[in-house]
Ligand binder design. Structure first.
Ligand SMILES: Cc1cc2nc3c(=O)[nH]c(=O)nc-3n(C[C@H](O)[C@H](O)[C@H](O)COP(=O)(O)OP(=O)(O)OC[C@H]3O[C@@H](n4cnc5c(N)ncnc54)[C@H](O)[C@@H]3O)c2cc1C
Length: 374
């Protein structure tokens, strides 16, 4: 149902596009502005995949949002006519005796999620391509999987345009939250009844108030292809969260023809998203070193290259979805874990924009602090 209200969104990553999708459903007329046509390979939302998992350490608020996130993705799949998620389950391994794995286990069991405890000796038996050396604690959770990120962003962009949204390629030089207005680099302006700034790691340079809380962070990841004899087993592998004293790594299995991907858990908190993205071979080597002991024969994997991407990091990894001014919102601070909540965050923010009675609950809920009614 048309409301006659207009929305302007800066950023066609998963957050901006999801909010655009949801605002269209709320009856808004929507314009999205991005410096590149989606999917922008320099945005945080894009390469092949992003993980969705319930294991969240002590951050039970985010664990509890994951079922709602799956429900929001299901609504999107129904509209797109395709499911862009591959279930894999989660294998969590720890050799630090740190708190994260125990807190995850307690929270998951407390909310009755299925979970299987594993000993170090079970790892290689169950997953023959891995070594359990040094593991002090481990579990397998059959829930969780891989979201096919670049395909989701591309499909969502096509879908909202088919529903009447305008996606304009232009770079914003300035944001005026009070007037719900963008000033473009060519001097033009765009305004609407409501403005949503969802500009990923570029936000700190546009909004000084956010710059004090959110830091762009350059991250390097490595793409590999397992040797032919192991490819079938790896294609059925779970996602792996490996916690080690030197920081550990995450691994995305090669689902639906995508590369196997390895990245690290630590934040560089350095760099600018407009800097040269060429990865230093030493950075890629350091990522591989993190995984070498866990994956015997890693050196036989074919390298498909390294890539540099950017997180927008909030110190406690809590999302910043807040009102900037009476008619403007910002979506930021998604750190290394926002994608899984994209469709849900878009739906909830759009519902709050359509019904201001819902507004006040959004910031704390998005920060993972408390539940909010659907
Ligand atoms: C390597 C990596 C791995 C990750 N892994 C996971 C994971 O496994 N699970 C998970 O849930 N999350 C993960 N994340 C986090 C998640 O991907 C991000 O939180 C999410 O994609 C952020 O989306 P966004 O829409 O806010 O930002 P972006 O995707 O960066 O979108 C912002 C858009 O704004 C545009 N823009 C910026 N400035 C301007 C301007 N001035 N004018 C015009 N356009 C502009 C950009 O071009 C861009 O398209 C990962 C992130 C990275 C980088």
């Amino acid at each position: 149902m048309e409301t006659g209200r207009t929305a302007l969104i800066l950023g066609a990553g998963i957050m901006g596009l999801s909010t655009a999708w949801a605002l269209l459903r709320e009856g808004f007329s929507v314009r999205v502005v991005d410096q590149a046509p989606p999917p922008n390979p320099l945005g945080s939302s894009v390469d092949h995949h992003r993980l969705i998992r319930h294991a969240y350490g002590a951050q039970a608020g985010y664990m509890r949002m994951v079922d709602d996130a799956y429900a929001a993705w299901d609504e999107l799949w129904a509209e797109l006519g395709e499911v862009l998620h591959v279930p894999t389950g989660v294998l969590a391994l720890d050799e630090t005796r740190g708190a994260w794995i125990g807190e995850s286990r307690a929270a998951l069991l407390g909310d009755r999620h299925p979970l299987e405890d594993l000993g170090a000796g079970d790892i290689a038996t169950r997953f023959p391509y891995l070594s359990g050396e040094g593991v002090t604690s481990a579990f397998f959770c059959p829930e969780g999987g891989v979201l096919l990120a670049d395909r989701i962003v591309a499909a969502l962009a096509r879908h909202i345009q088919a529903k009447g949204a305008l996606i304009e390629t232009a770079r914003a030089a300035k944001v005026d939250p009070e007037r719900a207005t963008l000033v473009l680099e060519d001097g033009g302006t765009r305004s609407a009844d409501v403005l949503v700034v969802a500009a990923g790691p570029w936000i700190p340079r546009l909004l000084p108030a956010v710059a004090r809380r959110v830091t762009p962070s350059r991250q390097v990841l490595v793409r590999l292809a397992p040797p032919a004899g192991a490819a079938g087993a790896w294609a059925r592998a779970p996602m792996i969260l490996d916690l080690a004293a030197e920081g550990g790594f995450y691994l995305v299995p090669p689902v639906q023809g995508t590369p196997l991907k390895i990245g690290d858990h630590s934040f560089s908190l350095q760099g600018d998203p407009d800097d040269d993205r060429t990865p230093d071979p030493r950075e890629a080597g350091r990522i591989l070193d993190l995984a070498r002991r866990r994956i015997p024969g890693l050196d036989r994997f074919a390298s498909l290259g390294a890539a540099t991407c950017f997180y927008d990091v909030e110190p406690d990894e809590r999302f910043v979805v807040e009102k900037l001014a009476p008619r403007s919102w910002v979506m930021s601070g998604f750190s290394g874990h926002g994608f899984k909540f994209g469709a849900l965050l878009g739906r909830r923010l759009a519902a709050a924009i359509a019904d201001p009675a819902r507004e006040t609950a959004i910031p704390a809920w998005a920060a993972g602090q408390e539940p909010v009614a659907a």
